[in-house]
Design a protein around this ligand. Structure first.
Ligand code: BTN
Length: 252
């Protein structure tokens, strides 16, 4: 069934909320909205993306009618080096909203994957566009299966929910206020508050045995918290404490 954006919009009077049948990527749509002066919080989503963007040049599988794919324009006036914290703040908000809407236990894999039963259910992307941030959240909601390339690492809320479908509107109704609240925590209290919330919601930040892919090297060790900028600290098996600057963290 087509997403009922009106049912969501009724709870957010005055906010620009747009929903398309099909688009290449909501990241591009939101960038255009930002360039046209759209206010912070404006949202554009789509039933389907034909060129959904993932991190590191990957694509994001966005089949019609089953997922929640949307972007927002944010004007937060944060220093550019805090953009990674925005991604983590969004992860905290998504985890909270999924648990509220479904009761499912959610984990956050550093730095910004939302996991259900050890598989990725959500992807989050944040890009700078002149004076605005463009965020993108892709949630696998009602997919019942995935293409071969991602079949062993992806899951959906429906699969984690024993096959029972999850209404996408109810999820977005929880998620939008959760995003607003978490970003308010970031702008009012600063990045430490987000890092604390992230650590509380993630089993990856401390005491987790992991392998980290660093180009053609693999580091093995136990996670040992985050530094003040949200980078993961790894106590390597050889005793060295190493700062991890980018993802590719998996449990062993
Ligand atoms: C990741 O690689 O984990 C990030 C994936 C982000 C996907 C979302 S779906 C909505 C928005 N539009 C896009 O093209 N990408 C983001």
């Amino acid at each position: 069934m087509m997403f009922d954006i009106e049912a969501v919009a009724a709870s957010f009077p005055g906010r620009l909320l747009l929903w398309l049948d099909s688009t290449d990527s909501t990241m591009l749509d939101a960038a255009r909205l930002a360039e046209g002066g759209a206010p912070s919080g404006s949202l554009i989503g789509a039933e389907e993306q034909t060129a959904g963007q993932g991190r590191h040049g990957h694509s994001w599988h966005s089949p019609p009618g089953t997922g929640l794919y949307f972007s927002q324009v944010l004007r937060l006036h944060l220093p550019a080096h805090e953009t990674p914290i925005v991604t983590m703040a969004l992860g905290v908000a998504v985890a909270e909203a999924i648990t509220q809407a479904t009761g499912l236990a959610v984990d956050l894999r550093w730095p910004n994957d939302v996991m259900l039963n050890g598989r990725k259910a959500v992807g989050i992307l944040v890009q700078q566009n002149n004076d605005a941030l463009i965020t993108g959240i892709g949630i696998n909601v009602n997919q019942e299966s995935f293409p071969p390339g991602i079949g062993s690492i992806a899951t959906s809320l429906r699969i984690a929910n024993g096959g029972r479908p999850v209404p996408r509107e109810a999820l977005l109704l929880q998620l939008l206020p959760a995003i607003d609240r978490t970003l308010e925590v970031l702008t009012a209290q600063g990045k430490d508050a987000i890092l604390r919330l992230f650590s509380q919601a993630s089993s990856y930040v401390s005491g987790r045995r992991v392998v980290v892919e660093q180009g053609d090297r693999q580091l093995r060790g136990t996670t040992d918290g985050m530094d003040e900028n949200g980078f993961l600290m790894l106590r390597e098996d050889n005793g060295t404490r190493t700062r991890i600057l980018a993802g590719g963290v998996r449990p062993v």
